[in-house]
Write a protein that binds this ligand. Structure first.
Ligand SMILES: [Zn+2]
Ligand SMILES: [Zn+2]
Ligand SMILES: [Zn+2]
Length: 498
């Protein structure tokens, strides 16, 4: 990594002043420690800077100081910001995406404590969308995949505001008008933001309806069905260009296990096919609704007509691809729809560097927040999310493992490696101490790199780490592939070395 300062591959050429500052940093005697901090913070673009110390309990009441930031470069410890959003911190979002991939893939084809036989369970890949809140410009394709007209109309009709109801254009995928209402006056912003706000509840109810519909199709009581199967899922919420959230989910049917074996995952009886699950899901999506919150007037939220359901077979490659697709979306936010990755203030609304449609959505969320006097719908804090208050990625308990378990496994691995191969005595002492015997006391110093030279070095190091990962992935891919047979590599595409 030391070459990074001498062999940079910058996107934009660094200025002479920046290079000078970089040389300054690199020639400092504690540069190796600085490098180590960048590495252990995953080359985070906006690290949290902490000051403090770690002591180790030697049994009884004695504490032995082992390490303190006093001996570290700039007397701080750099810790990864951990933000999942690509628009906020690329390296942290890559790590998140790797973990998300692990979570999703384990529930699809086994691993991380889930048996491989899970690939044989009835599983659906489902996309559920919001209904229409007004005509928007969109990218359309014919059945053959050819570009089609946006909104063809034979007669030239206009809305009450004098704007044509049709749009004869073939839009490009990067056309900035995509997702824009044909007429903003006609677009139901209130309905759209309210829908985003109750979407999580609509999903929750859908997962309650699903087993009910299954029972109804089989002519069983719900109780009998619940004794036989359980539904597991993992879902990712994604923004459409029009600013509405839609859901991509994987839904799996497992055999119901007794309480003392509840962690085990087994296939349901043969009569529970993917076709049956699809039938029940379609019925649930059609029948379910979520009432508008009591605090706010509005009609109940339902799913839109666009419902895509695909049954997954046992093909592990295909399952890996689905996992990658979902994981990719788990690091996106409203920026997909031209929104902002940060909370916004109401008084700054007019100055936001966003398109008018987004300003309307954000403004509507603040407007609705006034009606929600107790703030129970969290509309103001979620205004930059266009009212959506749920998590981007969520899952049922039994889908697979958890982010926490993955993080802990990674930390344990790092500790074991340090204890085995570490050359730094302090790091080894830290690694060898049991976590419960380590007492850390830290205070917050700041956020982000201290200088632009540090930020530059971190970005360069992140880029070379990414290259190394990609090279490693290709090598593994070639190795597995042998004669060019398509095979998904056994490691996730974007997992960062811990
Ligand atoms: Zn970060
Ligand atoms: Zn159009
Ligand atoms: Zn209009």
């Amino acid at each position: 990594m030391r070459e990074m300062a001498t062999r940079p591959e910058p996107v934009t050429a660094p200025s002479a002043a920046l290079l000078e500052a970089v040389v300054d940093r690199v020639s400092r005697p504690d540069f190796r420690r600085f490098e180590a901090q960048l590495r252990s913070s995953g080359y985070c673009q906006k690290p949290v800077l902490l000051a403090g110390r770690v002591e180790v309990c030697d049994g009884g009441d004695t504490r032995r100081p082992v390490w303190s930031t006093d001996g570290e470069p700039d007397q701080v410890l750099r810790k990864a910001c951990g933000n999942r959003r690509e628009a906020v911190c690329k390296p942290c979002s890559e790590r998140y995406r790797g973990d998300a991939w692990q979570l999703i893939a384990a529930g699809l084809r086994g691993g991380k404590g889930v048996p491989e036989s899970v690939a044989g369970h009835p599983t659906l890949f489902v996309s559920l969308t919001a209904p229409s809140f007004g005509a928007v410009h969109s990218l359309r394709r014919t059945k053959d995949g050819e570009p089609a007209r946006c909104r063809p109309r034979r007669a030239r009709e206009c809305c009450p505001h004098g704007i044509p109801l049709g749009c004869p254009k073939h839009h490009d995928p990067d056309d900035p008008c995509l997702g824009e209402p044909l007429c903003r006056e006609c677009f139901d912003y209130r309905g759209a933001v309210l829908w985003n706000n109750v979407m999580s509840e609509l999903w929750r109810r859908t997962m309650i309806y699903l087993p009910r519909e299954l029972a109804a199709i089989l002519g069983w009581t719900q109780r009998r069905l619940n004794e036989e199967v359980r539904v597991s899922y993992i879902k990712v919420a994604e923004y459409q260009a029009r600013g509405l959230v839609h859901v991509h989910a994987l839904i799996r049917l497992d055999r119901r296990m007794p309480a003392y074996r509840v962690d085990e995952v087994h296939a349901p009886a043969r009569r529970f096919t993917a076709e049956l699950l699809e039938q029940a899901l379609r019925a649930a999506a059609e029948n379910v609704s979520a009432p508008a919150p009591e605090e706010l007037s509005g009609s109940p939220a339902c799913w839109g007509e666009q419902l895509d359901v695909q049954r997954l077979d046992g093909n592990a490659d295909e399952r890996g691809r689905r996992a990658s697709y979902l994981a990719k979306y788990s690091t996106k936010g409203t920026e997909q729809a031209g929104g902002l990755p940060y909370r916004v203030r109401r008084d700054g609304l007019d100055r936001l560097p966003v398109r008018e449609h987004v300003r309307e959505l954000v403004g509507q969320a603040f407007h609705l927040a006034d009606e929600d006097t107790e703030g129970r719908r969290r509309l103001a804090p979620c205004a930059h999310m266009f009212g959506y208050r749920g998590h981007c990625l969520s899952k049922s308990r039994r889908w697979s493992t958890t982010f926490k378990a993955l993080r802990e496994a990674r930390e344990l691995h790092v500790r074991e490696q340090l204890a085995k191969h570490g050359t730094d005595a302090v790091q080894r002492a830290l690694a060898e101490a049991e976590p419960e015997d380590r007492i850390g006391e830290f205070s917050f110093v700041g956020l982000g790199h201290l200088t632009s030279a540090d930020a530059y070095l971190a970005a360069q190091a992140a880029a070379s780490a990414r290259e190394r990962r990609e090279a490693g992935r290709e090598a593994r891919f070639d190795h597995h592939n042998g004669g060019g047979r398509t095979r998904w590599p056994q490691t996730p595409p974007e997992v960062m070395a811990a």
